[in-house]
Design a protein around this ligand. Structure first.
Ligand code: NAD
Length: 348
């Protein structure tokens, strides 16, 4: 396929681009290079003839029209977004701008291009919107989100993603633009920007700084390795049924505090200096409106497309800790970026 990927310099987008190139696809990466972007994530594919980079903002309609006209893709996978809940609490505007207006702009550019195609190419075209399980809201101790769970987003981030999901479905129902949509649980793995829980814990422990844990650390997240997510996304783009939504998750629920202890015990083995690392755990004020629990039922993508995670949580976590230990050159420059190592999301 010749595919556009938006947000390809981010954490998940770069995993998608690397895998897509490996699978023999041609990729046009559109990214505006925000604070969360890192072109180094794509160093392994940057020189390949099948890889193209366009620095542009998805809110820029003219730029989006030009990319569609220049590259004439078979489909688009849309990942570009503001993605950090804490930042959405302090500054929701960028989230509305990129996640809502940006998705709308991209849909309109895609629709104009799609209308120009012949019937065969129209039928084959896909707009794949990459979304989160956070649109479903917060669970109690029981149950899991399915594709039929009603939306109940509670943070500026999740509500902006919910809005974009609704827009994508509306462009399918109203204009016939062939879309597929995925809602995925929390991702972890290499190349994750050091403002998200797992790299924050690893790097705080390495620097022997307090490891911040929100509230009592009892909130539950369902974790999936980013490479498993990226593989599922490429399957949905190519084999997903038009108009359908697929949940993606690896059934690895952990309380945040369990996750922190798990990382500390891997570090105790791999990097014994400073062990036991869990002595650094520091309970801090909770995030306002902190969703209690997410859990995702991904039986539909298992049974319909044959996707399954390829590694256990324990293996994935060990590989991730090892990757951060081996790649200081990757993460060290990111520590200088605005907001990193600061407490964000108290809404003050
Ligand atoms: P990220 O923050 O690491 O990367 C986002 C990328 O989008 C960056 O490279 C950034 O420069 C780019 N971008 C932002 N605004 C842009 C704009 N206006 N125009 C062009 N490019 C822009 O995000 P991520 O964690 O890789 O998440 C990717 C997608 O997956 C998002 O849509 C997110 O909502 C979704 N998602 C993330 C998770 C997760 O656990 N990280 C889980 C489920 C779904």
């Amino acid at each position: 396929m010749k595919m556009i990927v938006t947000g390809g310099c981010g954490f998940i987008g770069s995993a998608v681009v690397r895998q897509a190139i490996e699978q023999g696809h041609e990729v046009v990466n559109i990214d505006s290079l925000t604070y969360a972007a890192n072109p180094a994530n794509l160093a392994s594919v940057a020189d390949k003839a099948e890889y193209h980079f366009v620095e542009a903002d998805i809110r820029d309609r003219q730029a989006m029209d030009t990319v569609f006209a220049d590259y004439r893709p078979d489909g688009i996978m849309h990942l570009a977004a503001e993605s950090h809940v804490d930042r959405s609490i302090d500054g929701p505007s960028a989230f509305i701008e990129t996640n809502v207006i940006g998705t709308y702009t991209l849909l309109e550019a895609a629709r104009t291009y799609w209308n120009s195609l012949d019937t065969l190419h129209q039928a084959a075209f896909r707009f794949h919107h990459v979304s989160t399980d956070e649109v479903f809201g917060s669970l109690g101790l029981e149950g899991a989100f399915t594709e039929k769970t009603p939306y109940d987003p509670r943070s500026p981030y999740s509500s902006s993603k919910a809005a974009s999901d609704h827009l994508v479905r509306a462009w399918y129902s109203t204009y016939g633009l062939p879309m597929v949509l995925t809602n995925c649980s929390n991702n972890y793995g290499p190349f994750q920007f050091p403002e998200k829980l797992i790299p924050v814990v690893i790097l705080s422990a390495l620097y022997q700084r307090p490891i911040p844990v929100y509230g009592r650390g009892e909130n539950v997240r369902d974790w999936i390795h980013v490479e498993d997510h990226a593989r599922g996304l490429l399957m949905v783009l190519q084999q997903g049924h038009v108009g359908e939504t697929y949940n993606l998750g690896a059934s690895a629920e952990k309380q945040n505090i369990e996750m922190v202890h798990a990382i500390c015990s891997v570090l105790d083995k791999r990097h014994p200096e400073g062990a036991p690392h869990d002595k650094l755990i520091n309970y801090v004020e909770d995030r306002p409106g902190h969703d209690f629990r997410y859990a995702i039922d991904s039986s539909k993508i298992h049974s319909q497309l044959g996707w399954a995670p390829s590694r256990s949580f324990e293996e994935g976590l060990e590989q991730t800790v090892d990757w951060y230990l081996a790649n200081e050159d990757w993460w060290r420059p990111l520590l200088e970026r605005s907001g990193v190592n600061k407490r964000l999301g108290l809404g003050q």
